[in-house]
Write a protein that binds this ligand. Sequence first.
Ligand code: MYR
Length: 131
Amino acid sequence: AFNGSWKVDHSENYDKFMEQMGINVMKRKLAEHDNLKLVIEQTGDKFHIKESSTFRTKDIDFTLGVPFDYSLADGTEVSGTWELEGDVLKGKFTRKDNNKVLTTTRTLVGGELVQTYNYEGVDAKRTFKKH
Ligand code: MYR
């Protein structure tokens, strides 16, 4: 159900979230228009994601419940896990530089993919459309 090619359509509070993450204003301006695209292929509990944006292209492989390393587009390194709870993917990632936790969820809502983000009390949301 998460399978497909998803393009970001709009974001809510993403700038504030990135600010909380410590990202400077110039990078935040660029990141607001990153044209993020995710191609998701799920097979059982294994995911393969092709991420592309104005910043980079990246292949990500993970298995539900199994920790993995990931670098955010600004270079911040995190380590964590995705789990499926009902129809909701729940991710919990710890920054390697300060041990603080970033949580994120992915849910399908009316044919759109909604990803939420939380870091240190600040929530954001990005909505992706299938294309
Ligand atoms: C993936 O499933 O796409 C890979 C793992 C995602 C880890 C957490 C993603 C949070 C990205 C937040 C970007 C914030 C920029 C400051």
